[in-house]
Design a protein around this ligand. Structure first.
Ligand code: ADP
Ligand code: MG
Length: 291
């Protein structure tokens, strides 16, 4: 990494300071909430092997919101699926709270680009659906379902069917469904990419507001640099395949966060810098780790 170009380093300070992980990689993994150690993923396909993730090393503290940026096809979804236990690792290890990830867990929430709501169920019942499938007592979660729906502005729509909602509203329902069982970790894979620009801004604000009170650990994949920076405590940049993590930037913006942060010169300087990192990443794939 070219630490000298770190956008957060004021003149005369240690240019690497803002880069440092909350805990260095190779520290005691029990100290991190989530740890990836030398994680690699190779898909075997009929036309040969596809090395999706070249090598990923990462430590994430509990409560951190981490955005992941990188070119299309670089392995972002693969990385998220491995963390979520939905996809096996070819090499390396993923640890959460000191335990190896070996499969999907109840204490994870997942949100994907397609909200995949059940069309015949009401908004409220869609939010409560994971509780039913996990055979938990639904009555214990109804209050929380109402609270979540009100928080994201769907208080009036609880009895509606998904087809009566806009795309943005459907994705809000999916967000509430992902949060209903109070997950420790939220995995979000381009959840707002299919929305129009205005709905997307609304969703970003709804999510940032939720995070002011929910404090969950989150991995959020997006193509939008501004979205990544607005939502996160930390932004990672992955290179083209076989991907590596080439930038890991801790953001200086306080919470609760307001839309006006996006107008600040610092916000825009960081976005421009991340854009450069992503572009550089297209040509960096074959270089060794940290190159
Ligand atoms: P991203 O989310 O960054 O766009 P993906 O993780 O979806 O990237 O894919 C990374 C690479 O792995 C791509 O080349 C893709 O074609 C390949 N890939 C993803 N899933 C599979 C799969 N199940 N089988 C084979 N190849 C896959
Ligand atoms: Mg993807």
């Amino acid at each position: 990494m070219d630490l000298a170009s770190n956008p957060l380093a004021p003149a005369g300070t240690d240019p690497a300071a803002a880069w440092r992980h909350p805990m260095p990689v190779a520290a005691d993994r029990d100290a991190a909430y989530l740890s990836l150690r030398n994680v690699r993923k190779v898909y075997q396909t009929r036309s040969g092997d596809v090395e999706a993730v070249g090598m990923a090393n990462l430590d994430i503290a509990a409560g951190e919101f981490v955005s992941i940026l990188g070119p299309s096809g670089c392995g972002k979804s693969t990385l998220l699926s491995m963390v979520g236990g939905l996809e096996s690792v070819t090499e390396g290890e993923i640890w959460i709270e000191g335990a190896r990830v070996t499969g999907p867990r109840r204490d994870f929430g997942y949100i994907f680009q397609d909200p995949t709501l059940l069309p015949w169920k009401s908004v409220l019942d869609n939010v409560l659906f994971p509780i039913r499938t996990q055979k938990r007592p639904v009555a214990d979660y109804e209050g929380e379902a109402h609270r979540l729906l009100e928080r994201v502005g769907l208080g009036e729509f609880k009895a509606k069917r998904p087809r009566e909602l806009s795309g943005g509203m459907r994705q809000r329902v999916a967000l509430c469904r992902g949060l209903i069982n109070d997950p420790r970790l939220m995995l979000m894979d381009e959840p707002f990419s299919a929305l129009d620009a205005i709905s997307r801004d609304d969703m970003n604000l709804a999510l940032v507001r939720l995070w002011d009170s929910y404090h969950k650990t989150a991995l959020f994949v997006t193509h939008s640099i501004r979205e990544a920076v607005f939502l996160a405590d930390r932004v990672l940049v992955m290179t083209a395949r076989p991907s590596r993590i080439v930038a890991d930037l801790r953001l200086p913006f306080a919470r609760p966060r307001d839309v006006t942060v996006q107008d600040s010169p610092e916000f825009n300087r960081i976005c421009a810098w991340l854009r450069d990192q992503i572009q550089a990443g297209y040509g960096r794939a074959a270089q060794p780790a940290g190159g």
